[in-house]
Design a protein around this ligand. Sequence first.
Ligand SMILES: [Cu+2]
Length: 246
Amino acid sequence: MPDIKAEQGEHILTLWQGAWIAALITGVITWALIIGVPLWFRRRRDDEVPVQTRYNLPIEIFYTIFPVIMVIAFFSQTVRVQNVALEMDPEPDVVVTVVGQKWSWTFNYPDTEAAGGKNVFTSGDGDEFPQLVIPVDQTVEFQLYSPDVIHNFGIPAFAMRMDVIPGNDNAFQVKPTETGTYDGKCYELCGAYHSRMLFTVKVVTEAEYQDYLAGLAQNPDNVSEAPVLGGEYSRNLINPDEEESE
Ligand SMILES: [Cu+2]
């Protein structure tokens, strides 16, 4: 069983376990019928013809209605859990602007300002995987932005992931329950170096989080005029003269 480290993911795990139990009960009954029927109703003597049943209305009604009831149950539970897991607190404790682009991730921390009101961020490339640092027991909102193609921002330890779609900015929130370092990756086959889109998530205490942000704000490599939203590379490919004309 996966060990879930975020409140939202715990609901998803419960749904997953419930769905498995329901599916297993259905499976056991189905396997029993598949194996049992040929045994129970086999021809026992050479001169005997087994009972020839052409139709059985109650059974036909049962196996039409019962799957419909199962679909309704699975569907309604999924919608219920989805609504709980995707519930948005209008005032999250921390906001991170996550940029998924070919072929890595950038994490902007818009709540924090470096000297002169500048943006604080951390970024990775195909060789070095970026690390996202967030505080434990606080509601963290991920605002997902892509300048190029569809990516998918996912952290298995939180049992949460979501598409990062150009022109359609998604968001979700997590409340991590335990400090530690967890893996994350892109879950949408986005192109040649999709497999390089890995990152780690480090969940730390509030004090460590503030120290981390202060450290980023001191490092010129992690400070920019505006939020780093990516896309320069692909834009220059389309229109190489754009920078000169600006
Ligand atoms: Cu990707």
